[in-house]
Design a protein. Structure first.
Length: 66
């Protein structure tokens, strides 16, 4: 494998369990500075309830047309 694309294509062919093992390996060996990671997003219960209601309404519309 000579390129990142070759590696990505090979990784996609792995079974899910081996993909998870590969990910765990990469997380151990590739340094990641804390500053590079975005802060976790926080949502209020109200925001989550609005999203859930929108999702449920979308599902009902989808089911009506199918």
């Amino acid at each position: 494998m000579r390129t990142l694309l070759d590696i990505e294509q090979a990784a996609m062919k792995l079974p899910a369990e081996e993909q998870q093992q590969l990910l765990r390996f990469l997380l151990r060996v590739v340094p990641v500075a804390e500053a590079e990671l975005p802060a976790p997003r926080e949502f209020t219960d109200e925001q989550i309830q609005v999203w859930l209601a929108e999702d449920e309404a979308s599902m009902r519309r989808f089911q009506e047309y199918n």
